[in-house]
Design a protein around this ligand. Structure first.
Ligand SMILES: C[S@@+](CC[C@H](N)C(=O)[O-])C[C@H]1O[C@@H](n2cnc3c(N)ncnc32)[C@H](O)[C@@H]1O
Length: 339
């Protein structure tokens, strides 16, 4: 995807570096075996889990494990979604942000990496230990110094102040069907723009599509990843729309997962919808491009509600070079080269 826009302090890369340093600091003094055990417990808790009445992140060990192990990946996935959204609303900068189910605040870091400068930020979550750790980590990010970390339960009673941008990142999967519907409706009623990110699995995609339908029903336009706000052309059960974000692995990752790979790819599904005037991508690259000798095969979701493959060859001139540089999740043709 294109470089994130940064309208103020600190580039996206420096925000990511600051987050990485803050997370590494959390593990200082924690015996590596204890950290790995906390991650194992967390993974076991999340595996096969259905929505419950109580937070999964119960104490500091849980949230340190979550932050060190998952936050770099959720941060990168949210950055990628926001970057695609920012491309569709060039020049727009959110003046306020509410992150629902924000936990340790990955999405607040991603918003500050995408649009520099300070803005009122509110993080809502029902897990106090997650909020406390999020506040602690956020001290390393000047844009988040005045963020408000507020205990709040998602449900029919949730009310949020109006905001330019609401994010709901990796949360819907922890909610009942009724709470999923009500949190999306609450976000739609309060915000100008709503960005929802879920794991890039068939189930995560299904939740994104459900949310997308509700946002369109509330009068929003889909700004990304879809080139249109009509029905998704993917036949349910046959495929799922998802993308991939590269995440540098921390030493804790390597310790828990084994192997020596320096990175891993986080798969995610998302929808970014808005009441603002938006220019969605002409088409979106929905698979990893296949580079062959003298040609690039691009699988695209197009404006005519269709999925199709296009082949770009050397005969296409400069567009061929663009195609070789194009990534899964990018707009096609690149903005400014539409015709
Ligand atoms: C997987 S974590 C995602 C955290 C963060 N948004 C991120 O992207 O890293 C899910 C978060 O949703 C919160 N959550 C789950 N159910 C909730 C509820 N009913 N009310 C408030 N928060 C909830 C959890 O406490 C947790 O912090």
């Amino acid at each position: 995807m294109n470089a994130p826009v940064s309208a103020g302090s600190g580039s996206a890369a420096s925000v990511a570096d600051r987050l990485r340093a803050a997370l590494a600091g959390l593990l200082d003094g924690l015996p590596p075996r204890q950290a790995a055990q906390a991650v194992d417990r967390l993974i076991a808790n999340y595996r096969g889990r259905t929505p419950t009445d109580a937070p999964v992140l119960r104490d500091r060990a849980d949230v340190v494990a979550y932050a060190a192990y998952r936050m770099p990946a959720t941060f990168e996935a949210v950055c990628a979604a926001l970057e695609a959204f920012a491309d569709a609303v060039p020049g727009w900068v959110p003046a306020s942000h509410v992150d629902i189910g924000g936990g340790t605040g990955a999405a607040t870091w991603a918003v500050s990496a995408t649009w520099g400068g300070e803005r009122p930020v509110t993080v809502l979550d029902w897990a106090e230990p997650a909020l406390a750790l999020g506040r602690e980590i956020a001290a390393a990010n000047p844009a988040l110094r005045s963020a408000v970390w507020q205990r709040s339960r998602i449900g029919a009673a949730l009310s949020i102040e109006s905001a330019d941008l609401v994010t709901i990142s990796y949360v819907l999967g922890e909610l009942t069907e009724a709470d999923r519907a009500s949190v999306v409706d609450t976000a739609a009623a309060a915000a100008q723009s709503v960005v929802i990110i879920e794991p890039g699995t068939p189930a995560g995609y299904a939740r994104v599509i459900e949310a997308r339908d509700r946002l369109i029903g509330a009068g929003f336009q889909v700004a990304a990843p879809c080139p249109h706000s009509a029905a998704c052309p993917i036949v349910p059960g046959e495929d799922w729309c998802h993308f991939s974000a590269r995440v540098s692995r921390s030493s804790l990752h390597r310790q828990v997962k084994g192997g020596s790979l320096a990175y891993e790819d986080e798969k995610f599904s998302y929808v970014a919808a808005t009441r603002l005037p938006a220019t969605p991508a002409a088409s979106r690259v929905v698979r990893r491009p296949q580079i062959r000798k003298g040609q690039v095969l691009l699988d695209l979701c197009g404006p005519d509600e269709s999925l199709h493959r296009t082949t770009v060859t050397k005969r296409h001139g400069p567009l061929y070079k663009e195609a070789r540089d194009t990534n899964w999740g990018d707009a096609w043709p690149p903005p400014g080269q539409e015709d």
